[in-house]
Design a protein around this ligand. Structure first.
Ligand code: ADP
Ligand code: MG
Length: 302
């Protein structure tokens, strides 16, 4: 555990203690420079702030292994109820949600919507491999193992008739200790056959983009039923996004812009793996690898 940084100010001969890092005042209790609170949830540092993301996320300091995601604009009730229906070690549990007042050092700032989640320790999967040489058989084997691991929570989600709809870098977290990949951010998740709630264009499937176009073109009175029967989103939509992430990791390029077969970009990619990646990237849903279970089987045979 690191103590506070101590700096000596030679001009005043005084000692200033900078509390940028936690100062240990007790075995377990840390003191922080700035303290935030929403209801009973306390935090001091942010893992993520809303400039890059839609919401803020911080690890709680008064509850173990929990984090709070909050935003003044977005409501997290749907994410909470979806997470309550799921029960998988690679999907965070949710313990609370609602509205609360955000306090900074005891001063009221603004009302927030929040959700309290199981905190997932680890790295963003894409960042993790970005720093590695992927033109290397061992690393490719490691990537394959990671994607085998993704199949489990994904299959669980799909078995519960949900579609994540927002698989992209940042939403797959690798726990290096266990080697397991965790799925996060279920804000855009929908029931199979439902209407999209939003979209991350770069990682969306052709069906999602098609639905978006329909939604935009439809007159104010949207005939949702007609739309959801003409475009039925299911687990295969997530498998397409997974294909985009897979391609990006093993080639360090974007399929979205390159459209070069994975094995041509990285010659260390085995033929079978290339077929799997392009089996996920099938534009026509009917020809795509149909389930996470099937994907897992195929990957185990690479
Ligand atoms: N359960 C969690 N465990 C660890 N980090 C999380 C968790 N939930 C969110 N985060 C972090 O906060 C960021 C933003 O959260 P996310 O759920 O993606 O919301 P949004 O993209 O809507 O802002 C994530 O990219 C991740 O870094
Ligand atoms: Mg997100």
């Amino acid at each position: 555990m690191s103590a506070a940084k101590v700096r000596i100010n030679h001009a005043t001969k005084g000692i200033r203690i900078l509390f940028h890092e936690p100062r240990i005042i007790d075995k377990d209790i840390k003191a922080y420079h700035v303290m935030y609170r929403i209801n009973k949830y306390q935090f001091a540092e942010f893992k993520c702030q809303a400039s890059l993301h839609k919401s803020n996320y911080a690890i709680l300091i008064n509850m173990q292994d929990k984090g709070i995601k909050y935003s003044p604009d977005f409501d997290f009730s749907e994410e909470y109820y979806i997470l309550k229906e799921l029960n998988h070690p690679q999907i965070p549990t949710a313990s609370d949600f609602g509205q609360g007042e955000l306090f900074r050092d005891g001063k009221f700032l603004i009302k927030q919507n929040f959700i309290v989640l199981q905190h997932i320790y680890g790295y963003d999967l894409v960042d993790y491999f970005f720093e590695k040489d992927v033109e290397n058989t061992e690393t490719i084997e490691e990537v394959v193992q990671a994607f085998i691991s993704v199949c489990d929570p994904l299959q669980h989600l799909h078995n519960k008739h949900y579609v994540h709809c927002d698989l992209k870098p940042g939403h797959l977290i690798l726990n290096q200790k266990t080697g397991l990949i965790h799925l996060i951010d279920f804000e855009l998740a929908i029931k199979r056959g439902g209407i999209i709630k939003g979209i991350s264009r770069e990682y969306a499937s052709p069906e999602q983009l098609q639905m978006l176009t329909y939604l935009k073109d439809l007159p104010r009175k949207v005939h949702y039923e007609a739309l959801s029967s003409s475009i039925r989103l299911d687990g295969r939509t997530d498998l397409y996004s997974l294909g985009l992430i897979f391609y990006q990791i093993v080639t360090k390029k974007l399929w979205q812009t390159e459209k070069i077969p994975a094995g041509k970009v990285n010659t260390k990619i085995p033929q079978k793996l290339e077929e799997i990646i392009h089996g996920l990237l099938e534009g026509n849903v009917a020809n795509r690898i149909p389930t996470a279970e099937e994907l897992k089987k195929l990957l185990n045979n690479v």
